[in-house]
Design a protein around this ligand. Sequence first.
Ligand code: FEO
Length: 166
Amino acid sequence: MISEKIQDALNKQLNAEFYSSYFYLSMSAYFESKDLMGFANWFRVQANEEYAHAMKIFDYIYQIGGEVKLMEIKGPKTDWNSFLEVFQDTYEHEQKVTKSINEILDLAYSEKDHATVNFLQWFVSEQVEEEATAQQNLKKMEMIGDSKAALFMLDRELGSRVQSPA
Ligand code: FEO
């Protein structure tokens, strides 16, 4: 059994992961509209990964005898001033997600909820990867500047991303 506090925090994080999925899908749609299909692919795969993160939390809440409470998902941003801005938003967003995972972890420690501490370790490692990838992509975009040729090369690279198995 989990405490009400932990259950609420996990339900909030579940909602945040669904929002992340929506946010990245919105970026995918944006790149589709700009005919950058490699970028669109990368963000679509990312959106699916975020959905998988949400479902991991969904399953865990039931495993420990809690109750899932789905909440309204806020509408994501749908337009950007530049391609670079999308990658700035992505990096900033992942930093926020890391912060919120760490806050739940602090709460789980204070509640002496060892099962949830253990469960969240996967998310801690995942966030290290997510932040590193977001930062690398941002750096590449900064290097690209106004070069169309480099942009198309990155589009090709991002187009090769495939869904990793759950
Ligand atoms: Fe589920 Fe990208 O954090």
